[in-house]
Design a protein around this ligand. Structure first.
Ligand SMILES: Nc1nc2c(ncn2[C@@H]2O[C@H](COP(=O)(O)OP(=O)(O)O)[C@@H](O)[C@H]2O)c(=O)[nH]1
Ligand SMILES: [Mg+2]
Length: 226
């Protein structure tokens, strides 16, 4: 991570605090469900979605924060363009099609490529294990292991099961993200219990350090520490 002086950090934090804005990137392989998740979160009709060839921008308000969300096409030919969106990103939401066992290796490779990016060094990572409504889809634990998430120590992360079709898990995942980013950017001087450190317990999500065991596949998630 490049050196940023404490003075500069204070200025950045103050500016961010004034606007209460977060920049969030939705990435992942094509067909993972990124656009569907965003539409569902925004209360839009999810019946008619075509592959994203460029990008969509959505603004969501959560918990008093304005989330400027970039949903970028995930086709192989479009992936080299992802880097054009990295600047000033506070969080990455990595969406996984839990029913796509064939491409989970590809999914891992792309994720790890992303985590190497210097401009994403400070970003929080939420992995959405989407399409949990489909029979035979990989569980939270299978996704966590297939993507080897426990080896990630460079970013704060969580993996959260969800279904864009039923809406299950979406708000919980986004709540964690907003609290986590807010804890880091806006409230870093305040009590560590508010959206910050390891072992934090949210209402229906269990987070912990990389060695904690998830309890059930629908309510548990893991968080790594920086
Ligand atoms: N069964 C199921 N299908 C989903 C879910 N989310 C998205 N899809 C379908 O997966 C396909 C790709 O979704 P899309 O949002 O375009 O993926 P994107 O390429 O990541 O933006 C579409 O046919 C969606 O209807 C889900 O949670 N469950
Ligand atoms: Mg899309």
């Amino acid at each position: 991570m490049p050196y940023i002086s404490p003075g500069l950090l204070t200025i950045i934090r103050k500016n961010k605090a004034k606007s209460k804005e977060m920049r969030v990137l939705f990435l992942g392989l094509d067909n993972a469900g990124k656009t569907t998740i965003l539409k569902k979160l925004n209360g839009e009709n999810i019946g008619d979605i075509s592959p994203t060839l460029g990008f969509n921008i959505k603004t969501l308000i959560r918990d008093g924060y304005t989330l400027n969300i970039w949903d970028v096409g995930g086709q192989r030919t479009l992936r080299p363009y992802w880097r054009n969106y990295f600047e000033s990103t506070d969080a990455v939401v990595w969406v996984v099609d839990s029913s796509d066992r064939m491409r989970i290796g590809d999914c891992k490779t792309e994720l790890y490529g992303l985590l190497q990016e210097e401009r994403l060094a400070g970003a929080t990572l939420l992995v959405f294990a989407n399409k949990q409504d489909l029979d035979g889809s990989m569980t939270l634990e299978e996704i966590r292991d297939a993507l080897d998430l426990r080896s990630i120590v460079s970013h704060r992360w969580i993996v959260h099961p969800c279904s864009a079709f039923t809406g299950e898990g979406l708000e919980n995942g986004m709540n964690w993200l907003v609290r986590e980013v807010a804890g880091r950017l806006y409230w870093s001087g305040l009590s560590s219990g508010d959206g910050g450190g390891d072992g934090e317990t949210l209402t229906d999500v269990t987070t912990g350090t990389a060695s904690t065991t998830a309890t059930t596949s629908t309510t548990a998630a893991m968080a790594g520490s920086v």
